[in-house]
Design a protein around this ligand. Structure first.
Ligand code: IMP
Ligand code: MG
Length: 178
């Protein structure tokens, strides 16, 4: 598995340190608000797990699953596959995502949850790939910026694999250009 990695961008230690900082920021803002954490499956599973154990206050954990696809005419069409089971009306919501890439997924989710009268909605993402942005959305809490390359590890996959790598790395082109 490690042979398929071009380079490590952020080590386990660096990620852990950054997650501590993000958790402090979230704690300062949300410690008395009982937010709903909305984890976007499956990429944000590792990040969410690592984050919530650092959040020492009352919160509700829930998740959604979405898929994005291009249908030829429209790029970045997003579909809801699994909805929340929590009523978010008048609740502060923090969406936890693995990476803000084109931004279509987060734009779709933010609009969807806005329509349910959440008290507030913020986005917390492990990674941001700003070069690729198409939709008008930004993360409120970002772990790291990454270059426009294919990233795996810490929950991010290529073809369902590499999510369990304990670091953020760039996948070798030879893996997906065959
Ligand atoms: P969007 O383009 O911002 O809508 O991102 C859609 C989804 O694509 C993200 O939630 C990730 O799961 C996935 N994704 C985007 N860039 C990468 C990457 O570099 N590696 C792995 N998954 C990615
Ligand atoms: Mg995703």
């Amino acid at each position: 598995m490690n042979n398929d990695i071009e380079k490590v961008l952020y080590t386990h230690e660096q990620v852990n340190h950054r997650l501590d900082e993000l958790a402090s920021e979230l704690t300062a803002k949300y410690h008395d608000q009982q937010p709903v954490i909305v984890s976007v499956m499956t990429g944000a599973l590792v990040f969410t797990g690592e984050m919530i154990e650092r959040l020492n206050f009352k919160l509700t954990l829930d998740y959604v699953d979405v898929s994005s696809y291009a249908d030829g005419t429209q790029s970045g069409k997003v579909q809801l596959i699994q909805d929340l089971s929590t009523d978010i009306k008048d609740r502060p919501v923090i969406i936890m995502e693995d990476i803000v890439d084109t931004g279509h997924t987060l734009k779709f989710l933010k609009d969807l949850l806005k329509g349910r009268s959440a008290k507030s909605i913020e986005i917390c993402a492990l990674l941001d790939k700003p070069d690729r942005r198409e939709a008008d959305v930004e993360g409120d809490y970002i772990g790291f910026e990454v270059p426009n390359e294919f990233i795996v590890g810490y929950g991010l996959d290529y073809s369902g694999l590499y999510r369990n790598l304990p670091f953020v790395g760039v996948l070798k082109r030879s893996v997906y250009e065959n």
